[in-house]
Design a protein around this ligand. Structure first.
Ligand SMILES: [Mn+2]
Length: 412
Protein backbone atom coordinates (compact mmCIF):
# COMPACT_ATOMS: atom_id res chain seq x y z
CA UNK A 1 0.00 0.00 0.00
CA UNK A 2 1.14 3.50 -0.85
CA UNK A 3 2.13 6.11 1.72
CA UNK A 4 -0.64 8.56 2.69
CA UNK A 5 -0.67 11.52 5.02
CA UNK A 6 -3.85 13.13 6.32
CA UNK A 7 -5.25 15.36 9.03
CA UNK A 8 -7.90 14.13 11.45
CA UNK A 9 -9.75 16.94 13.23
CA UNK A 10 -13.18 17.16 14.85
CA UNK A 11 -15.44 19.40 16.90
CA UNK A 12 -14.43 22.72 15.36
CA UNK A 13 -17.52 24.37 16.90
CA UNK A 14 -16.94 27.37 14.63
CA UNK A 15 -18.39 30.65 15.88
CA UNK A 16 -18.89 29.46 19.45
CA UNK A 17 -20.41 32.45 21.25
CA UNK A 18 -18.40 32.24 24.53
CA UNK A 19 -21.37 33.80 26.32
CA UNK A 20 -19.79 33.42 29.74
CA UNK A 21 -17.00 35.84 28.81
CA UNK A 22 -19.11 38.69 27.50
CA UNK A 23 -18.12 40.95 30.38
CA UNK A 24 -14.47 40.95 29.27
CA UNK A 25 -12.97 44.11 27.75
CA UNK A 26 -14.19 44.25 24.13
CA UNK A 27 -10.77 43.96 22.49
CA UNK A 28 -9.92 40.81 24.44
CA UNK A 29 -13.36 39.31 23.91
CA UNK A 30 -12.95 39.83 20.16
CA UNK A 31 -9.83 37.64 20.20
CA UNK A 32 -11.80 34.93 21.99
CA UNK A 33 -14.75 35.26 19.61
CA UNK A 34 -12.38 34.70 16.66
CA UNK A 35 -10.44 31.89 18.34
CA UNK A 36 -12.36 28.96 16.81
CA UNK A 37 -11.75 30.41 13.34
CA UNK A 38 -8.08 31.14 14.00
CA UNK A 39 -7.61 27.55 15.17
CA UNK A 40 -9.20 26.27 11.96
CA UNK A 41 -7.04 28.57 9.79
CA UNK A 42 -4.01 26.92 11.42
CA UNK A 43 -5.22 23.49 10.30
CA UNK A 44 -5.61 24.73 6.74
CA UNK A 45 -2.18 26.39 6.55
CA UNK A 46 -0.61 23.28 8.05
CA UNK A 47 -2.34 21.07 5.47
CA UNK A 48 -1.11 23.21 2.59
CA UNK A 49 2.42 23.56 3.94
CA UNK A 50 2.76 19.83 4.68
CA UNK A 51 1.01 18.84 1.43
CA UNK A 52 -1.32 16.36 3.13
CA UNK A 53 -3.47 14.12 0.95
CA UNK A 54 -6.77 14.98 2.63
CA UNK A 55 -8.48 16.30 5.76
CA UNK A 56 -11.11 14.44 7.79
CA UNK A 57 -13.55 16.53 9.85
CA UNK A 58 -15.44 14.21 12.19
CA UNK A 59 -18.50 16.27 13.03
CA UNK A 60 -19.59 19.39 14.94
CA UNK A 61 -18.05 21.79 12.43
CA UNK A 62 -20.53 24.38 13.64
CA UNK A 63 -21.54 25.17 17.17
CA UNK A 64 -25.23 25.51 16.39
CA UNK A 65 -27.63 23.58 14.19
CA UNK A 66 -28.54 26.83 12.44
CA UNK A 67 -24.92 27.20 11.25
CA UNK A 68 -24.01 30.88 11.37
CA UNK A 69 -23.53 32.39 7.93
CA UNK A 70 -20.21 33.81 9.06
CA UNK A 71 -19.00 30.30 9.93
CA UNK A 72 -20.19 28.88 6.63
CA UNK A 73 -18.56 31.61 4.55
CA UNK A 74 -15.26 31.41 6.39
CA UNK A 75 -15.30 27.66 6.05
CA UNK A 76 -16.00 28.00 2.35
CA UNK A 77 -13.08 30.33 1.73
CA UNK A 78 -10.74 27.98 3.62
CA UNK A 79 -12.06 24.99 1.67
CA UNK A 80 -11.36 26.92 -1.53
CA UNK A 81 -7.73 27.41 -0.49
CA UNK A 82 -7.50 23.66 0.04
CA UNK A 83 -9.14 23.03 -3.33
CA UNK A 84 -6.48 25.14 -5.04
CA UNK A 85 -3.81 23.12 -3.24
CA UNK A 86 -5.45 19.88 -4.41
CA UNK A 87 -6.45 18.75 -0.92
CA UNK A 88 -9.74 16.88 -0.42
CA UNK A 89 -11.93 17.37 2.64
CA UNK A 90 -14.22 14.67 4.04
CA UNK A 91 -16.99 15.86 6.34
CA UNK A 92 -19.51 14.19 8.62
CA UNK A 93 -21.96 16.20 10.69
CA UNK A 94 -22.61 15.53 14.37
CA UNK A 95 -25.14 16.38 17.07
CA UNK A 96 -24.30 20.09 17.03
CA UNK A 97 -24.54 20.52 13.26
CA UNK A 98 -27.02 17.79 12.32
CA UNK A 99 -28.92 18.00 9.03
CA UNK A 100 -32.30 19.16 10.41
CA UNK A 101 -31.21 22.68 11.30
CA UNK A 102 -32.24 25.71 9.24
CA UNK A 103 -29.49 27.51 7.42
CA UNK A 104 -28.68 29.41 4.26
CA UNK A 105 -27.33 26.93 1.79
CA UNK A 106 -23.74 27.62 0.75
CA UNK A 107 -22.22 25.86 -2.20
CA UNK A 108 -19.00 24.00 -1.47
CA UNK A 109 -16.05 23.67 -3.82
CA UNK A 110 -15.64 20.28 -5.51
CA UNK A 111 -12.95 19.03 -3.10
CA UNK A 112 -15.48 18.87 -0.23
CA UNK A 113 -17.23 15.54 0.30
CA UNK A 114 -20.10 15.48 2.80
CA UNK A 115 -21.36 12.11 3.95
CA UNK A 116 -25.01 11.14 3.75
CA UNK A 117 -27.39 11.25 6.69
CA UNK A 118 -29.43 8.32 5.39
CA UNK A 119 -26.91 5.56 5.91
CA UNK A 120 -23.20 4.92 6.23
CA UNK A 121 -21.64 5.80 2.91
CA UNK A 122 -18.25 5.00 1.36
CA UNK A 123 -16.19 7.48 -0.65
CA UNK A 124 -13.02 6.69 -2.56
CA UNK A 125 -9.91 8.79 -2.24
CA UNK A 126 -7.86 8.57 -5.40
CA UNK A 127 -4.48 10.02 -6.30
CA UNK A 128 -3.41 10.26 -9.92
CA UNK A 129 -6.31 8.00 -10.82
CA UNK A 130 -5.38 5.29 -8.34
CA UNK A 131 -7.65 4.50 -5.37
CA UNK A 132 -5.62 4.82 -2.14
CA UNK A 133 -8.21 4.92 0.61
CA UNK A 134 -11.86 4.07 1.16
CA UNK A 135 -13.47 6.43 3.63
CA UNK A 136 -16.72 5.52 5.40
CA UNK A 137 -18.91 8.03 7.17
CA UNK A 138 -22.35 9.09 8.35
CA UNK A 139 -23.91 12.47 9.19
CA UNK A 140 -26.54 12.95 11.89
CA UNK A 141 -30.00 13.48 10.35
CA UNK A 142 -31.27 14.93 13.67
CA UNK A 143 -29.73 16.13 16.89
CA UNK A 144 -30.05 12.92 18.78
CA UNK A 145 -28.95 9.69 17.17
CA UNK A 146 -29.00 7.13 19.93
CA UNK A 147 -28.82 3.87 18.02
CA UNK A 148 -25.61 2.00 17.39
CA UNK A 149 -24.81 2.49 13.71
CA UNK A 150 -21.44 0.77 13.76
CA UNK A 151 -23.00 -2.36 12.20
CA UNK A 152 -23.50 -0.31 9.03
CA UNK A 153 -19.76 0.14 8.60
CA UNK A 154 -18.80 -2.74 6.34
CA UNK A 155 -15.37 -3.02 4.80
CA UNK A 156 -15.55 -2.95 1.05
CA UNK A 157 -13.39 -5.84 -0.01
CA UNK A 158 -10.19 -4.30 -1.35
CA UNK A 159 -6.94 -5.18 0.35
CA UNK A 160 -4.82 -2.77 -1.66
CA UNK A 161 -6.32 0.40 -0.13
CA UNK A 162 -6.61 1.83 3.40
CA UNK A 163 -10.00 1.69 5.09
CA UNK A 164 -10.90 4.62 7.31
CA UNK A 165 -14.09 5.01 9.37
CA UNK A 166 -15.42 8.42 10.40
CA UNK A 167 -17.82 8.34 13.33
CA UNK A 168 -19.25 10.98 15.65
CA UNK A 169 -20.20 9.29 18.90
CA UNK A 170 -19.12 7.84 22.20
CA UNK A 171 -18.41 4.55 23.87
CA UNK A 172 -21.49 2.69 25.04
CA UNK A 173 -22.16 3.35 28.71
CA UNK A 174 -20.14 6.57 28.82
CA UNK A 175 -21.65 8.41 31.78
CA UNK A 176 -19.95 11.76 31.26
CA UNK A 177 -21.27 12.58 27.82
CA UNK A 178 -24.50 12.32 25.90
CA UNK A 179 -24.35 8.91 24.38
CA UNK A 180 -24.89 9.46 20.70
CA UNK A 181 -24.07 6.73 18.18
CA UNK A 182 -22.82 4.46 20.94
CA UNK A 183 -20.20 1.89 19.99
CA UNK A 184 -17.98 -0.68 21.64
CA UNK A 185 -14.26 -0.54 20.95
CA UNK A 186 -14.34 -4.28 20.18
CA UNK A 187 -16.96 -3.62 17.49
CA UNK A 188 -14.78 -1.05 15.76
CA UNK A 189 -11.76 -3.33 16.03
CA UNK A 190 -13.69 -6.19 14.43
CA UNK A 191 -14.40 -4.20 11.26
CA UNK A 192 -10.92 -4.75 9.86
CA UNK A 193 -10.35 -1.03 9.19
CA UNK A 194 -6.97 0.71 9.46
CA UNK A 195 -8.07 3.88 11.20
CA UNK A 196 -11.13 5.22 13.02
CA UNK A 197 -11.47 8.99 12.91
CA UNK A 198 -13.81 9.75 15.80
CA UNK A 199 -15.45 12.96 16.94
CA UNK A 200 -17.77 14.13 19.78
CA UNK A 201 -15.53 13.82 22.86
CA UNK A 202 -13.63 17.09 23.26
CA UNK A 203 -10.73 15.61 25.19
CA UNK A 204 -8.16 14.10 22.89
CA UNK A 205 -7.53 10.42 23.43
CA UNK A 206 -6.40 7.32 21.65
CA UNK A 207 -8.76 4.42 22.35
CA UNK A 208 -6.79 1.78 20.49
CA UNK A 209 -3.16 2.10 19.49
CA UNK A 210 -2.81 -0.08 16.45
CA UNK A 211 -4.59 -2.28 13.99
CA UNK A 212 -6.78 -0.27 13.93
CA UNK A 213 -5.80 3.02 15.46
CA UNK A 214 -8.93 4.56 17.03
CA UNK A 215 -8.66 8.20 18.03
CA UNK A 216 -10.50 11.29 19.22
CA UNK A 217 -8.47 14.40 18.35
CA UNK A 218 -10.59 16.53 20.74
CA UNK A 219 -11.73 20.01 19.81
CA UNK A 220 -9.41 22.53 18.15
CA UNK A 221 -9.99 25.40 20.60
CA UNK A 222 -10.99 25.14 24.27
CA UNK A 223 -14.31 26.88 25.04
CA UNK A 224 -14.43 26.92 28.83
CA UNK A 225 -12.33 26.10 31.85
CA UNK A 226 -13.17 22.39 31.70
CA UNK A 227 -11.54 22.27 28.25
CA UNK A 228 -8.08 23.14 29.50
CA UNK A 229 -4.69 22.63 27.91
CA UNK A 230 -3.54 22.38 24.33
CA UNK A 231 -6.14 21.65 21.67
CA UNK A 232 -5.61 20.62 18.06
CA UNK A 233 -5.60 17.76 15.56
CA UNK A 234 -3.78 14.56 14.66
CA UNK A 235 -1.55 14.31 11.65
CA UNK A 236 -1.65 10.70 10.52
CA UNK A 237 0.82 8.94 8.25
CA UNK A 238 0.23 5.44 6.96
CA UNK A 239 2.76 3.33 5.19
CA UNK A 240 1.56 -0.22 4.74
CA UNK A 241 0.93 -1.53 8.24
CA UNK A 242 2.93 1.26 9.81
CA UNK A 243 0.66 4.01 11.19
CA UNK A 244 1.93 7.10 12.97
CA UNK A 245 -0.02 9.89 14.60
CA UNK A 246 1.25 13.09 16.05
CA UNK A 247 -0.68 15.80 17.84
CA UNK A 248 -0.43 19.36 16.51
CA UNK A 249 -1.86 22.19 18.63
CA UNK A 250 -4.04 24.90 17.11
CA UNK A 251 -5.63 26.85 19.97
CA UNK A 252 -5.48 30.64 19.87
CA UNK A 253 -6.41 31.00 23.54
CA UNK A 254 -5.47 28.38 26.10
CA UNK A 255 -7.55 27.59 29.20
CA UNK A 256 -5.50 26.77 32.21
CA UNK A 257 -5.83 26.08 35.91
CA UNK A 258 -3.11 26.83 38.48
CA UNK A 259 -2.91 26.31 42.21
CA UNK A 260 -1.76 29.06 44.51
CA UNK A 261 -1.11 28.14 48.12
CA UNK A 262 -2.09 30.57 50.85
CA UNK A 263 0.35 29.08 53.33
CA UNK A 264 2.54 31.69 54.99
CA UNK A 265 0.42 34.54 53.69
CA UNK A 266 -0.56 37.25 56.19
CA UNK A 267 -2.61 39.72 54.23
CA UNK A 268 -4.41 40.35 50.99
CA UNK A 269 -1.49 42.29 49.46
CA UNK A 270 0.74 39.27 49.84
CA UNK A 271 -1.90 37.03 48.32
CA UNK A 272 -2.30 39.33 45.33
CA UNK A 273 1.47 39.42 44.89
CA UNK A 274 1.62 35.63 44.90
CA UNK A 275 -1.12 35.40 42.28
CA UNK A 276 0.57 38.07 40.17
CA UNK A 277 3.85 36.17 40.23
CA UNK A 278 2.09 33.08 38.88
CA UNK A 279 0.38 35.18 36.22
CA UNK A 280 3.68 36.77 35.24
CA UNK A 281 5.22 33.35 34.66
CA UNK A 282 2.30 32.31 32.47
CA UNK A 283 2.52 35.54 30.53
CA UNK A 284 6.15 34.77 29.65
CA UNK A 285 4.86 31.89 27.51
CA UNK A 286 3.38 34.40 25.04
CA UNK A 287 0.08 32.66 24.72
CA UNK A 288 -3.29 34.25 25.45
CA UNK A 289 -4.62 32.48 28.53
CA UNK A 290 -7.93 32.21 30.33
CA UNK A 291 -6.84 31.34 33.81
CA UNK A 292 -8.54 29.66 36.74
CA UNK A 293 -6.76 30.15 40.05
CA UNK A 294 -7.35 27.55 42.72
CA UNK A 295 -6.38 28.72 46.19
CA UNK A 296 -5.13 25.84 48.32
CA UNK A 297 -3.44 25.25 51.64
CA UNK A 298 -4.30 25.38 55.31
CA UNK A 299 -3.71 28.65 57.10
CA UNK A 300 -5.47 31.12 59.39
CA UNK A 301 -5.65 33.48 56.45
CA UNK A 302 -8.23 31.10 54.97
CA UNK A 303 -11.01 32.72 57.00
CA UNK A 304 -10.20 36.12 55.45
CA UNK A 305 -10.44 34.64 51.96
CA UNK A 306 -13.74 32.98 52.81
CA UNK A 307 -15.23 36.36 53.68
CA UNK A 308 -18.12 37.14 51.38
CA UNK A 309 -17.39 38.45 47.90
CA UNK A 310 -13.64 38.26 48.37
CA UNK A 311 -13.11 35.85 45.47
CA UNK A 312 -14.74 38.14 42.97
CA UNK A 313 -12.86 41.16 44.29
CA UNK A 314 -9.54 39.38 43.87
CA UNK A 315 -10.43 38.41 40.30
CA UNK A 316 -11.34 42.02 39.48
CA UNK A 317 -8.12 43.41 40.93
CA UNK A 318 -5.97 40.87 39.10
CA UNK A 319 -7.72 41.58 35.81
CA UNK A 320 -7.55 45.35 36.22
CA UNK A 321 -3.90 45.32 35.27
CA UNK A 322 -4.51 43.52 32.00
CA UNK A 323 -3.75 46.01 29.27
CA UNK A 324 -1.97 44.09 26.53
CA UNK A 325 -3.94 43.05 23.51
CA UNK A 326 -1.65 40.38 22.18
CA UNK A 327 -1.13 37.46 24.52
CA UNK A 328 -3.42 38.56 27.29
CA UNK A 329 -3.96 36.73 30.51
CA UNK A 330 -7.43 36.84 31.99
CA UNK A 331 -8.54 35.34 35.28
CA UNK A 332 -11.93 33.76 34.66
CA UNK A 333 -12.48 32.26 38.07
CA UNK A 334 -10.99 31.95 41.50
CA UNK A 335 -11.84 28.76 43.31
CA UNK A 336 -11.26 28.72 47.01
CA UNK A 337 -10.19 25.35 48.39
CA UNK A 338 -8.33 26.69 51.39
CA UNK A 339 -8.80 25.27 54.83
CA UNK A 340 -9.05 27.07 58.14
CA UNK A 341 -6.97 25.25 60.77
CA UNK A 342 -8.87 24.35 63.92
CA UNK A 343 -7.75 25.87 67.15
CA UNK A 344 -6.97 23.87 70.28
CA UNK A 345 -7.32 20.43 68.93
CA UNK A 346 -3.91 18.86 69.43
CA UNK A 347 -5.28 15.39 68.63
CA UNK A 348 -6.52 16.44 65.22
CA UNK A 349 -3.37 18.46 64.55
CA UNK A 350 -1.24 15.47 65.37
CA UNK A 351 -3.33 13.29 63.11
CA UNK A 352 -3.07 15.72 60.23
CA UNK A 353 0.70 15.96 60.66
CA UNK A 354 0.85 12.16 60.58
CA UNK A 355 -1.32 12.09 57.49
CA UNK A 356 0.96 14.55 55.74
CA UNK A 357 4.05 12.52 56.67
CA UNK A 358 2.41 9.34 55.42
CA UNK A 359 1.61 10.93 52.08
CA UNK A 360 5.14 12.33 51.75
CA UNK A 361 6.72 8.95 52.37
CA UNK A 362 4.17 6.81 50.61
CA UNK A 363 5.70 3.89 48.73
CA UNK A 364 2.88 1.41 48.27
CA UNK A 365 1.17 3.10 45.34
CA UNK A 366 1.51 0.11 43.01
CA UNK A 367 0.29 -2.26 45.69
CA UNK A 368 -2.81 -0.20 46.42
CA UNK A 369 -3.94 0.18 42.83
CA UNK A 370 -3.23 -3.47 42.01
CA UNK A 371 -6.87 -4.59 42.06
CA UNK A 372 -7.63 -1.78 39.64
CA UNK A 373 -4.57 -2.45 37.48
CA UNK A 374 -5.70 -6.07 37.07
CA UNK A 375 -9.04 -5.03 35.69
CA UNK A 376 -9.21 -5.56 31.90
CA UNK A 377 -11.13 -2.32 31.27
CA UNK A 378 -8.53 -0.32 33.17
CA UNK A 379 -5.71 -1.95 31.23
CA UNK A 380 -7.43 -1.26 27.97
CA UNK A 381 -7.91 2.46 28.54
CA UNK A 382 -5.23 3.60 30.92
CA UNK A 383 -1.49 3.47 30.90
CA UNK A 384 0.69 3.10 33.97
CA UNK A 385 0.64 6.21 36.17
CA UNK A 386 3.80 8.27 35.91
CA UNK A 387 5.59 9.29 39.08
CA UNK A 388 4.24 12.79 38.67
CA UNK A 389 0.67 11.51 38.34
CA UNK A 390 1.15 9.34 41.41
CA UNK A 391 2.28 12.39 43.42
CA UNK A 392 -0.67 14.41 42.17
CA UNK A 393 -3.14 11.66 43.10
CA UNK A 394 -1.66 11.36 46.56
CA UNK A 395 -1.79 15.10 47.05
CA UNK A 396 -5.44 15.16 46.02
CA UNK A 397 -6.22 12.28 48.36
CA UNK A 398 -4.58 14.17 51.21
CA UNK A 399 -6.54 17.34 50.45
CA UNK A 400 -9.75 15.38 50.27
CA UNK A 401 -9.17 13.69 53.62
CA UNK A 402 -8.21 17.02 55.09
CA UNK A 403 -11.36 18.74 53.98
CA UNK A 404 -13.64 15.90 55.02
CA UNK A 405 -12.01 15.62 58.41
CA UNK A 406 -12.16 19.29 59.21
CA UNK A 407 -15.72 19.61 58.01
CA UNK A 408 -16.87 16.64 60.04
CA UNK A 409 -15.01 17.67 63.16
CA UNK A 410 -16.48 21.15 62.84
CA UNK A 411 -20.04 19.92 62.78
CA UNK A 412 -19.76 17.72 65.85
MN1 LIG B 1 -18.66 18.58 19.86
Amino acid sequence: MKHIKFIHAADLHLDSPFVGLKHMPTDLFEVIRESTFLAFFRIVSYAIKEKVDFILLSGDLYDEEDRSLKAQLKLKSEFEKLDKAGIDVYVIHGNHDHMSGKWLEVEWPQNVHVFSSKMVEMKKFTKKGLPLAYIYGYSYPTRSVVENISNQYIKNDNSSVYHIGMLHGSIEGNKEHDVYCPFKISELVSKGFDYWALGHIHKRQILHHSNPLIAYPGNIQGRHRKEAGEKGFYIVEMNGLDIRTEFVSTEEVIWEEVEVSIEGINNITELLRRCERVMFEIKERNKSTCLTIVLTGMDRFSSTVHAQGMEEDIVDILNEQENTQDHFIWVVKLINKTIQPRENNPKLDAFLTDLHKTVENYTSFDEVIQPLAKHPTFRQYLEKFTLEEQKQLLKEAEQLLHRELLQNSGSK
